[in-house]
Every structure is written in structure tokens, then in C-alpha cells.
Design a binder for this molecule. Structure first.
Ligand code: NAD
Length: 506
């Protein structure tokens, strides 16, 4: 595949995986493919220019003209084939996710499985893009709505789900008849090249136009081209709240559509009736999994005062057993933080928490031995006297703040008193408490769970959150509607011309 000569074993492994995936050798350029496992830059990768981004939009807009008239079940053939290729290459793509994002293999392969799942969902969806028929108030008239492809969908994605978020958007957009321009995170160019190659191969395998998918590598400057270009009908942007704050008004200014999937500050309430054994398992996976770098990571625990000491004790015990280290080592459950900035954010947050009276019960320290540029940390468990400003912020690292409550109403108030609104959970053995949490005056999040943690959503449901999380919904249920435009049609099959509301105009 490539003439690139490298002595770094991780770089060699990355090149081997790209080769197995059939990805052409990355062209050298200013972007460095980096691994958080050692912090090493593996090899340089080309970055696109803003002019390249514009050309990509042009190509996608051109491809849209043909793609929109291909019947949806026929369009689905590309997505079906992509799913097959992903099954074939599950381990290789998962391997690249591990090298680039630092996920343990189980989670990395799980991310690829999520792509397979959404492909299956989208294929079925291609025969279910239903419009409704409504009774017309006029005799001899038919009133209905039809759904049509929207245009070019711009996808901006974050580093922490480098492949699944792309698949959520792309599989659905393609069956809906849209074409896609993807600007992945600048931190994960290799997985992006792999996905782009597989999608293009899928299109060619089934005789479809590979131009329906375009890839633009680079940073925010290229994302900004997608943001401002009126040919991008929908901008689906996944990332931090500041990113959403920067892009949303600009898309709105040109009357474009935005689908925002931004930061979360997810909490779980644990009531005295909870099965603590189950709660501990759910909490540890949600708080420490992916080294706290999921949008749905559990960041706040709101525990009834009567069980707080016991639960914190059990959690501290479980945290003590978590193996932190090279994610490719068997038995490791917590891999590295993505970069130094993530580590600095974590230490700064812990300092602020302690200054606010917080007590670090477990973790919070750096784990050495992986080189100066690799950032491994022990997940932190911090008891807080109150929900102070730092607790209300999303720190994209494994910190779990523990707060206590006496009345469930207070717990729900605390739960909702943050600017973000992505995922939430209650651990309880009482149906009344569970229903209270799920009610209109309960959790204000887009995802509200009972007796499971905040992370690890299935693709069948709509995924997204409220408030500063941005209000977008992706993946399952009727999220597809964001990727299509609706037309209301009134058909007169009579010989009269009655007007609506009985208006006479004679
Ligand atoms: P980030 O905001 O730094 O970057 C995300 C993407 O936005 C990148 O591709 C980046 O290049 C691009 N970008 C940044 N500024 C931009 C601008 N002004 N114009 C156009 N593009 C711009 O986020 P990150 O560090 O990669 O990811 C972590 C964040 O993403 C966390 O806040 C996490 O909660 C969030 N996230 C949310 C979801 C969700 O579904 N709600 C999923 C994954 C991650």
C-alpha cells in the first residue's frame, strides 16, 4: 500500500490496518496522525484547504441531482453493502479506533458494531419514509404529506466517536437521498480515511455514484466552510458547546438547518431502594469507561444521604480495581486521555473542586510510564458539599462528583440545575420513584434511563439532548425527518373548486 517507512511499532500497526482496509497511503501534509497511547505523531497526513472543502461541497451538490431521484430502497443498497464491509473489517477498523482515539478494543469494536446496527436500521428505514394522509375538509380532495431529500448534509464530528457518529449521519442521510460532506475531527484522520474508503467501495460495488460521499480533512477552518455554504442544507455538528455556539448562529443567519449534538453533564440519582450492586456496575462503566470521554459519561452522582457512605465506599473499591493503561493490553479497562489539553482540564477541574470543599475519595492522579506525551489518569471520585460552578461544567475527563440529597424532589432539582441536558438515569427499586424521574417535571434530558447508566445508547432510539446539548436527534426512531424536507400536497380530483375554511370568492 505504502512506501512509508516507519520504525514506530504503533505507526507500523496503523499502516498495516490501513492496508488491510484497502485505504490508499495517506498523502503527507500538515496534519499529523497521532496516537494517544504513546502521544507519538505516527506520520504526517494531508490536510485539505478551505478551497478543497468548497470543491467537495460542489461535487456533493452535483451528485445530489442524480441521487435524489434514485428510489430510496435502491439507495439503501449502498448502505447495506457498507454494513457488510464493516462486518468484514470490524476488527481492523476497531483497531484503528483504538490507535487513534485510545479506546479499549471492546469499546472500539463496539463502536464499529454500532455502525453495522445503524446500517441495518437505515436499510429497513428506506422502505418506511412514511408521509401521512389526512382527511381533507373539502369534498373530492386528498390531503397528504410527502418527504423529499434535503440536499447536501455537512457532518462535523468529534474525536471521541470517530466512526459511529459519522455512520449515524451518513447511513440515514444516504437512504433519505442526501449526499454527505464529512469534516471529521482533526485528531482522527485515519479512521476517517478508512470510513470514506469503505463507503466509496460500497457505492462502487453496487453500481452507485461514489461522489455521494466527500471527505474534507482538517480543522475548524474547513468546518467553517460547511457552516457558511448555503449549498449545505443541513449541518450536523457534534462536539463541544463552544463549537455549537460558534456554528449555530452562522447557519441560522443563512436560514440553513442545524442538527446539534453537543456536550453533556450527565447525572444519575440513586435512591435508598436501589440495588446497589447493579448500581455500582452501571455507575463505574458510565463514569470511567472510555476514560470519561463520552458525551454521555456519568459526571454527577446524586445519592440519598442514607446510602451515600456505603455507595461511595463500594465505588472506591471498584475504582481501585480498574486497570489503567495501554488499551491494547488485555485486562485494561481505562485507556489514555486524548491529549495534554484534556489532562490539564482534568487537573484544573479537580483543583477547583477541592477549593470548593470537595474531597477526592479515589483517583485523579496521572499514571506514569507511557512517555511524556501520553496522558493516563486514574478516574476520580470526588465528594462535593454542593453543586458548585465546576460541577455544572462538562470536563471531558473521568471525574465523578458525588452529591447527596434528602428528598427526591431536591435530587431532581439538583439534577436539572446544569446548562446541559443530554443523558440521565435513576437507580431505584420503586416504580413511583422511577416514574417521577421520567415524568414531565422529572429529568429534563433527551435520554432518561432507569436502572442502567447514562452511556451506551442503542441505535433504535433517537439520540440527543436538550438545553446546551443543542436539541438535535440522530440515529433511530423518527430522527430521519431532520434529513428530509416535507411537502404538504392537496389534490383536487373533483370538478369543483371549493376553498378551505368555506371561503366564497365569487
Ligand atoms: P470540539 O468541539 O473541539 O470539535 C468537534 C468538531 O468541531 C471537530 O471536527 C472540530 O474541528 C470542529 N470545530 C470546532 N470548532 C469549529 C468551528 N468554529 N467551526 C466549525 N467546526 C468547528 O469537540 P471534541 O473535543 O472533538 O469532542 C468532545 C466534545 O464533543 C465534548 O464536549 C462532547 O460532549 C461532545 N460530543 C457530543 C456528542 C453528542 O452526541 N452530543 C457526541 C460526541 C461528542
Amino acid at each position: 500500500m505504502t512506501d512509508t517507512v516507519t520504525t514506530d511499532p504503533i505507526a507500523a500497526r496503523a499502516l498495516g490496518l490501513l492496508d488491510a482496509l484497502g485505504v490508499p497511503a495517506p498523502e503527507p501534509g500538515e496534519l499529523g496522525a497521532r496516537t494517544p497511547i504513546t502521544g507519538a505523531v505516527l506520520f504526517p497526513v494531508r490536510t485539505d484547504s478551505p478551497a478543497d472543502a468548497e470543491s467537495a461541497i460542489e461535487r456533493a451538490a452535483h451528485a445530489f441531482r442524480g441521487w435524489r431521484t434514485v428510489p430510496a430502497p435502491v439507495r439503501a443498497a449502498v448502505v447495506r453493502r457498507l454494513g457488510e464491509l464493516l462486518v468484514t473489517h470490524r476488527e481492523e477498523l476497531g483497531g484503528l479506533v483504538t490507535l487513534e482515539a485510545g479506546k479499549i478494543p471492546a469499546e472500539a469494536v463496539g463502536e464499529v458494531q454500532e455502525m453495522v446496527d445503524v446500517c441495518e436500521f437505515a436499510v429497513g428505514l428506506s422502505r418506511q419514509l412514511y408521509g401521512r394522509t389526512m382527511p381533507s375538509e373539502r369534498p373530492g380532495h386528498r390531503l397528504l404529506e410527502t418527504w423529499h431529500p434535503l440536499g447536501v448534509v455537512g457532518v462535523i464530528s468529534a474525536f471521541n466517536f470517530p466512526v459511529a457518529v459519522w455512520a449515524w449521519n451518513t447511513a440515514i442521510a444516504l437512504v433519505c437521498g442526501d449526499t454527505v460532506v464529512w469534516k471529521p475531527s482533526e485528531l482522527t484522520p485515519l479512521t476517517a480515511l478508512a470510513c470514506h474508503t469503505l463507503l466509496r467501495r460500497a457505492a462502487r460495488d453496487v453500481g452507485a455514484d461514489p461522489e455521494v460521499h466527500q471527505l474534507v480533512l482538517g480543522g475548524a477552518e474547513n468546518g467553517a466552510v460547511l457552516v457558511d455554504d448555503p449549498r449545505v442544507a443541513l449541518l450536523s455538528a457534534t462536539g463541544s458547546v463552544p463549537m455549537g455556539r460558534a456554528v449555530a448562529p452562522r447557519v441560522a443567519a443563512r436560514f440553513g438547518r442545524c442538527l446539534l449534538e453537543l456536550g453533556g453533564n450527565n447525572a444519575a440519582v440513586v435512591t435508598p431502594s436501589a440495588d446497589l450492586e447493579l448500581a455500582v456496575r452501571g455507575i463505574v462503566f458510565a463514569a470511567a469507561g472510555t476514560a470519561g470521554q463520552r458525551c454521555t459519561t456519568l459526571r454527577r452522582l446524586i445519592v440519598h444521604r442514607s446510602i451515600a457512605d456505603e455507595l461511595v465506599g463500594r465505588l472506591a473499591g471498584a475504582y481501585g480495581q480498574l486497570r489503567v493503561g495501554d488499551p491494547t493490553d488485555p485486562g485494561v479497562l481505562v485507556g489514555p486521555l486524548i491529549h495534554e489539553r484534556g489532562y490539564r482540564a482534568m487537573t484544573a477541574a479537580l483543583e477547583r473542586a477541592v477549593a470548593d470543599g470537595g474531597e477526592i475519595v479515589s483517583g485523579g492522579t496521572r499514571v506514569d510510564g507511557f512517555g511524556p506525551d501520553a496522558y493516563y489518569v486514574r478516574p476520580a471520585l470526588v465528594r462535593m458539599p454542593a453543586q458548585t460552578a465546576i460541577v455544572r461544567e462538562e470536563t471531558f475527563a473521568p471525574i465523578l462528583y458525588v452529591l447527596t440529597y434528602d428528598e427526591l424532589d431536591t435530587a431532581i432539582e439538583l439534577h436539572n440545575a446544569v446548562p446541559q441536558g443530554l443523558s440521565s438515569a435513576i437507580f431505584t427499586g420503586e416504580q413511583r420513584e422511577a416514574e417521577r424521574f421520567l415524568a414531565a417535571d422529572g429529568s429534563d434530558c433527551g435520554i432518561a434511563n432507569v436502572n442502567i447508566g447514562t452511556s451506551g445508547a442503542e441505535i433504535g432510539g433517537a439520540f440527543g439532548g436538550e438545553k446546551q446539548t443543542g436539541g438535535g436527534r440522530e440515529s433511530g426512531s423518527d430522527s430521519w425527518k431532520a434529513y428530509m424536507r416535507r411537502a404538504t400536497n392537496t389534490v383536487n380530483y373533483s370538478t369543483e373548486l371549493p376553498l378551505a375554511q368555506g371561503i366564497r370568492f365569487e
